[in-house]
Design a protein around this ligand. Sequence first.
Ligand code: NAI
Length: 348
Amino acid sequence: MLTRLASTSHEELHRVEDRDSGLRGYIALHSTRLGPAAGGLRMRTYDSDAAAIDDVLNLSRGMSYKNAAAGLPLGGGKAVIMGDPSRDKTPEMLRAMGRAINALQGRYWTAEDMGMAPEDMAEIARETRFVAGLDHGQYASGDPSPITAKGVFNAMRAGAAQVFGSDDLAGRHVAVQGLGHVGWHLCRLLHEVGARLSVADMDARCVTRAVRELGANVVPLSRIHATQADIFAPCAIGGILNARTIPEIQARLVAGAANNQLATPEDAATLHTRGILYLPDYVANGGGIINVAAEILQIPDSGPWVAERLDAMQATMAKILTRAEGEDLSPARVADRMIEDQLLQVAV
Ligand code: NAI
């Protein structure tokens, strides 16, 4: 049921199939240079196997960069299940995926991603120990979102220092797209320091709550990126920074949690040319994987360990921003280059 496929760009690519449970998916290990490949399991519908392979290859490469940027001794990997999580997901399917992950003997560690919840990880854990993001257990790390939000908040302050000359976010106007797990925590942190919020989310309930509890201003979904704000914080979908949206962005700083915010690598240069400072997403949102890593690496009483790495992540972001300013390059380009150098320096 685990079939290894050829890949020129990744260390390993596997097709996972289980007829009994209807499982169809892929696992990709981009790099294990820094340690076991770690990255979440995503479940969503795909138009084709080629689309699923594309996704798992891109996401696992992204995890190599994110884990390296967070200073973790972990490589990059990812797994996908093809199907609608609300309709097709079954315990049998998750357990079959657990057996496939187990067959990789610890070269890949999984955790939650889109379409997965802690209880799904618990099901997978019945078949393998190479799973994190659990709610229960000696090293359980639980929901990573508050730590992710804290990391994004810290990054935003570093960006604000460069753009506005002060890292104080009091009185700054922040437009937040997506009030889910991370977006909501981020809004709370911003509200606490006196920032002004404009928000948009497809879920009317969280928007109403943001108005009531945080005094947020509501913006139509299609216009949140174009809000006349100081900072735009994408905390929902990928690809939000693209040829259509970038010319409409009014904020001078873009700092958010969403993965793969740039539709194409060239969009980083377009933002830079427009004088908009974009904080590379995989550096800003690394708090979540740091939290999960504490579980993978079995760090006892991991609070101080996580806090130390969040500080280091902030120092990395500061270094990227300083270099980018000095070389007149987009921070995304500088970050990619820094991580690629770092990966090359590690002996195979
Ligand atoms: P979530 O699923 O809890 O929240 C996403 C929110 O965005 C939902 O409230 C949804 O209704 C809203 N949304 C979806 N499409 C939208 C649109 N077009 N416009 C406005 N709102 C929209 O997800 P979560 O965990 O908060 O993650 C947010 C982003 O951050 C995702 O891209 C995720 O991959 C990324 N991320 C999350 C981490 C975590 O610790 N949860 C860690 C690193 C990255």
